[in-house]
Design a protein around this ligand. Structure first.
Ligand SMILES: C[S@@+](CC[C@H](N)C(=O)[O-])C[C@H]1O[C@@H](n2cnc3c(N)ncnc32)[C@H](O)[C@@H]1O
Length: 306
């Protein structure tokens, strides 16, 4: 990783102070705040991990990410912390394989990182032209690219994806236009143009957001199997046998709902305690500085095992 790249990408960690405070307040008979073993389950650019390593001088952090570029970037960024930091290239679904008995703090900051969004070659952004890819793990042969999804699935199924994961009101019209398109949709720009041509101008003006935003979000969630990944992850976390703090930051109402429901069930099953009766949201001044933070919802759960 070149030093130049290290400078180019920056990711303002969302709700970092709230996450740090929760970890500071976390204590249990089995672990004290100075002997923390933290799993940063969505390493990204290592913003959280760096803050953990700096704020808790005796802690150890393992960062996990399905994107190999995030792993390489963060290993370089955090190399000065020596063996207090390590990283694994893996999916949430594989978390059970990383002996989770060792961790007492688990943090997940869902969604995409700035490194992924700002690289046109990855195809996540409706603002830069690039191949319609959107796979977080480009080595995973089981994942279809966004282009393949648009080619392989029928109109009805595409409309369902756009509605379920993007709450796109014009899901059916857009899916129909995609299937009827005479030109191949190879790039993010091709898809943006088609959406712009499909939606009536007055509708686009009223949207208050980029007309392609919802479709891009829906495709990204589908391509990366994000909901199933989250369900699998929560299932693994539900089996934790030691005292532990679990923190989620979610940006999509569907994800937040799944987390809320699971935490409620865990509490009913006496696995521990919900620490956030209502989700925590970013302060006004954080949203002013970092617009991406506006939709964040943080929920935390304390697993208590006798
Ligand atoms: C919002 S970013 C995290 C940013 C990080 N907190 C920081 O401060 O730099 C989310 C990261 O989670 C990763 N990710 C998303 N879903 C994943 C999954 N199912 N398994 C592993 N990593 C995942 C993405 O590749 C991305 O790098």
């Amino acid at each position: 990783m070149k030093g130049r790249e290290l400078k180019i990408f920056s990711h303002e960690p969302v709700m970092l102070n709230e996450v740090l405070d929760l970890i500071k307040n976390f204590s249990s008979p089995a672990c004290s705040a100075d002997r923390l073993n933290i799993l940063d389950g969505t390493l990204g650019l290592g913003g959280y991990s760096e803050a953990f390593l700096k704020n808790f001088p005796d802690c150890r952090v393992i960062g996990l990410d399905r994107d190999e570029r995030a792993i390489n970037f963060s290993l370089e960024r955090l190399k000065n912390f020596g063996d207090r930091f390590s990283a694994r290239h893996a999916n949430f679904s594989e978390i059970a394989a990383i002996n989770n008995e060792d961790f007492n703090v688990y943090v997940f900051d869902l969604g995409v990182s700035n490194m992924q969004i700002s690289d046109p070659e990855r195809g996540f952004s409706f603002q830069n032209d690039g191949p319609l890819d959107m796979r977080m793990n480009t080595n995973d042969e089981n994942l279809l690219t966004a282009r393949e999804v648009l080619e392989n699935y029928d109109e009805k199924f595409l409309a369902k994806i756009f509605w379920d994961y993007g709450e796109e009101k014009f899901s059916r019209q857009i899916a129909s236009a995609i299937k009827k398109s005479k030109t191949e949709l190879k790039t993010t720009g091709d898809l943006v143009n088609l959406i712009r041509e499909t939606l009536p101008q007055p509708v686009q003006r009223k949207m208050g957001t980029h007309p392609a935003r919802r479709v891009f979000q829906a495709l990204r969630i589908f391509v990366n199997n994000e909901m199933q990944e989250l369900e699998n992850l929560l299932k693994s976390l539900g089996g934790i046998k030691n005292n532990a703090l679990i923190i989620f930051v979610a940006y999509h109402s569907l994800e937040d709902r799944i987390i809320k429901k699971t935490f409620r069930q865990w509490q009913t099953d006496d696995k521990g305690k919900i620490l956030t009766k209502h989700p925590m949201t970013p302060a006004e001044n954080e949203i002013e500085k970092n617009y991406k933070a506006r939709s964040a919802k943080l929920r935390a759960f304390s697993i208590i095992r006798g």
